[in-house]
Design a protein around this ligand. Sequence first.
Ligand code: 5GP
Length: 135
Amino acid sequence: MLRGGLIFLADLARRIDLPLSVDFMAVSTYGPAVTTGVVQVLKDLDELITGRDVIVIEDIIDTGLTLNYLLQILRARQPASLEVCTLLDKSVRRIANIHIAYKGFDVPDVFVVGYGLDFEQRYRNLPFIGVLKEE
Ligand code: 5GP
């Protein structure tokens, strides 16, 4: 998932010793996703996933509403399997019930940036994950 998952994917893919293909998708939320959970697909996959084993790579799952909607879209394409891998899990804020097959770290209810995660498009290039201070 663009764009936050990009750096995690780059590191992760190099540690997976299996034939695989990499594809990208970008979504944005229509206004307050927290209330609607409806997302707009800004960039769709280039490849068909029907009959393929698919792992969605995420930077962080917060309420889970964005991912929940995305998974519905992907499931409709009938992949052989569909799993979720996230670097960070902010489970205290979860609204949608999502099965996470692969998880890096739990984070508390703070806003984190770095290693792909942004604040207004900044800080993605930080080589670490930090908590953004209000000031
Ligand atoms: P959800 O639909 O799970 O509430 O939102 C997930 C998306 O919100 C993530 O993919 C990410 O783009 C953004 N997000 C949620 N929490 C954080 C955070 O702490 N830091 C950053 N940079 N983005 C976050």
